[in-house]
Ligand binder design. Sequence first.
Ligand SMILES: C[S@@+](CC[C@H](N)C(=O)[O-])C[C@H]1O[C@@H](n2cnc3c(N)ncnc32)[C@H](O)[C@@H]1O
Length: 314
Amino acid sequence: MRDPDGLIARAGVRGDPDRDQHFLVDDRVLDRLPTYLTDCDPERTTRTGTEATTTPTETATATETETAPDTIDTSHLLEIGGGTGALTDRLLELGTETDQVTVVERDSELASFLRTEFSDEIDAGRLTVIEGDALEVDLPEFTASVSNLPYGVSSEITFRLLPEGRPLVLMFQQEFAERMVAEPGTSEYGRLSVSTQHYADAELVESIPKEAFSPPPAVQSAVVRLCPREPDYEVADEDFFLRFVKALFTQRRKTIRNAIRNTAHISGLDAPEMVVDAADDDLLQKRADAMAPAEFAALAELASDVGAPEGGDE
Ligand SMILES: C[S@@+](CC[C@H](N)C(=O)[O-])C[C@H]1O[C@@H](n2cnc3c(N)ncnc32)[C@H](O)[C@@H]1O
């Protein structure tokens, strides 16, 4: 296993916080990160649409004809933000000789170092280094991702990965991680919680002190495990649902009744008053931060039916 301080020394770099460069230097944390993947239930990680099983009958049929996987598929791991390769090294160790890792790194000096440091693994076809912005490059068909994300774009990257329906173990700033996993009725609960949990079961599995990084970030970090699954509600128009949730949380201190009326320009609702007339009175008296995801979904379906949402910008 490569020593993280040795990698930084060989790369001849100092992490630049202005470019989201905080390299993990704690071996124990590096060792633990990939292990968190294994706690996702492989039988439930079927969110990518075509494979999803929705009824008991369909599930029974599927298990008769296919063998359900008993472990998470780590045959192609994706890492966003490779840095000097300390985590890349652990991900390569996790797989067999035929498994692959793809790492995306925006910094050309670091990408070049990764190509030199891991030339054997690249030659063996086990590692691909993509130099570029993780928000723009084409991503491979990965089976899972473990990444210490660049915090400046962690939200955008996460919502690029989540719809892919793969198990993810991602490092965030602590406060962001707490908002992702928050439950209704808490001060951390908001649009980020509902949007995240629409795609996956989200769990904060470990807080990481600043000293685990070089250079240390300004705030504590946290690891979130995201196990993909279908939500326990149905929405016909996912884009509208997410836009509607975003709209209602812009008025989190108002009742849902007033929030629906005040945010039609965000949600795209054509007839907000018709939605208010049709919705349940108890629900309309709630505030957004007390609404469970399934309640947002039911309201979004009603709004789709009676309020005629039009396309809008995310
Ligand atoms: C927090 S560091 C993690 C480095 C390494 N994985 C580790 O754990 O030590 C984030 C890395 O992402 C890179 N990065 C920053 N913005 C990026 C982007 N938009 N796309 C891809 N990589 C990015 C940085 O250069 C840095 O190497």
